[in-house]
Design a protein around this ligand. Structure first.
Ligand SMILES: NC(=O)c1ccc[n+]([C@@H]2O[C@H](COP(=O)([O-])OP(=O)(O)OC[C@H]3O[C@@H](n4cnc5c(N)ncnc54)[C@H](O)[C@@H]3O)[C@@H](O)[C@H]2O)c1
Length: 394
């Protein structure tokens, strides 16, 4: 494998953006990838002036169309290896679709896009162009998430009966969108965020955590999308009862009015032999609960194979903790892990070799489409007073 540094083009990130910042740190964490080009802002003048003053060398473009055209016309060495899309939801589909059509790998923020039609078009384009595509479901990148997946999918908890997956926040408990807050403004605007506010924004993380850990789809939903802040146009409280593909049941909840909850993503998976509990705000450890036994708390970096519960552990998983236990990994490390796994696929792609892109270490375009299908079904169920609605699986 070539050890040249990968070149990344970033779409979005200027004007006081939020999520572009953790991505930038995560991208540069390993020294194997760097952001070299960007279309930072919808206003071309701001895009260019911010690029000129960026903290590290960056080729600025007036628009993402200009960035993609430059990639297409560049000699080999000047080409981008992948693009990162960190714009609001309504600016995901167009750049993602255009990049994929150029054969350029994409890491796109969640939710994948705005509508099921866009999601289907993206899936078709990725299949047609055979290009790596990742949806940035950050929390899949925690080592404890990968380890939980190993435990659950390895059958150590038995058959899955019940999952309680929730993502609670409190930052939208007041009408922050009226206080000139950029992040709140577009998230509460259906034209920029999509059909669901809270559900699309963080309910998709709760769903993805469930699907990634268990390998099960939520096949049917009975949903209530509620709105507690007067005058708000989209849900700020999202409660979904779901049927799982194996006959089990789940609750998938998200809320942005729960005072005191910061980024409280939590999941409890209950099987016939035991349960597993994980919280992202304490993401260094997970707990396994087995009947008649003391609780088992497993810390990242301090896990041993064949301990009476665990069997053998995959070498790649054991090699992934990058610092010893007791020194915290966190959000940036989770993002870095997603970029690291995606980088491996991107390098294979450019070398003309087979690549995974199978959803086993990061969310792919199919996972992104499943997030859209879940939201679509939940919105329709809520409109019918919580009637059961099937999720479009495909
Ligand atoms: N995975 C996660 O944990 C996570 C966390 C937060 C946000 N997100 C997602 O990331 C995305 C961005 O969220 P945010 O909170 O950073 O938003 P933000 O409002 O802070 O930033 C959006 C950025 O997009 C830029 N932009 C908008 N239109 C553009 C265009 N046409 N061309 C170029 N740039 C454009 C803005 O200038 C800004 O830099 C959203 O889809 C959100 O759902 C994901």
């Amino acid at each position: 494998m070539s050890n040249r540094t990968l070149n990344i083009g970033m779409i979005g990130g200027g004007g006081g953006a939020f999520i572009a910042q953790p991505h930038q740190r995560a991208i540069h964490m390993d020294g194997t990838r760097r952001i070299t080009a960007a279309a930072l802002h919808p206003d071309p003048n701001i895009a260019m002036s911010e690029a000129a003053n960026w903290p590290y060398p960056l080729k600025g473009y007036e628009s993402y169309d200009a960035l993609l055209a430059a990639h297409q016309n560049a000699a080999d060495v000047g080409r981008l290896d992948y693009v990162l899309i960190v714009t609001p939801n309504f600016v995901h589909f167009d750049p993602a679709f255009k990049a994929v059509e150029l054969g350029l790998p994409v890491m796109c923020e969640k939710p994948l896009c705005m509508t099921m039609d866009e999601a289907d078009q993206l899936v078709a384009a990725v299949q047609r162009n055979k290009v790596p595509f990742s949806v940035a479901h950050t929390y899949l990148g925690h080592w404890t998430t990968l380890f939980s997946r190993h435990i659950i999918r390895g059958g150590l908890l038995g058959d899955i009966r019940w999952v309680d997956s929730s993502y609670l926040q409190g930052w939208l408990a007041t009408k922050l969108e009226d206080a000139d807050n950029m992040q709140a403004s577009w998230r509460t605007n259906p034209k920029a965020a999509g059909k669901s506010g809270c559900g699309g924004d963080i309910g998709t993380h709760a769903l993805m955590q469930l699907r990634f850990l268990t390998g099960l789809d939520v096949v049917s939903v009975s949903a209530r999308l509620e709105n507690f802040v007067p005058g708000r146009l989209l849900d700020d409280h999202f409660t979904v009862y779901g049927k799982l593909g194996n006959g089990g049941r789940a609750i998938i909840r998200a809320s942005q009015i729960c005072h005191g909850h910061k980024n409280d993503l939590a999941i409890e998976v209950v099987g016939t032999k035991g349960s597993l509990v994980w919280r992202q705000e304490e993401s260094e450890a997970l707990t396994v609960l087995l009947p008649g036994q003391p609780d088992r708390k497993y810390w990242r970096g301090a896990v041993s194979a064949n301990d009476g519960f665990l069997g053998d552990l995959p070498a790649w998983l054991m090699a992934e903790p990058k610092i010893p236990s007791g020194h915290n990994e966190a959000f940036h490390d989770a993002y870095a892990r997603l970029h690291r796994f995606f980088e491996a696929d991107v390098r294979a792609y450019w070398a003309g070799q087979p690549f995974q892109n199978d959803g086993s270490v990061y969310a792919n375009v199919h996972d992104g489409r499943m997030g859209m299908a879940f939201i679509d079904a939940s919105v329709r169920s809520s409109e019918q007073d919580g009637a059961w609605v099937d999720v479009s699986l495909k």
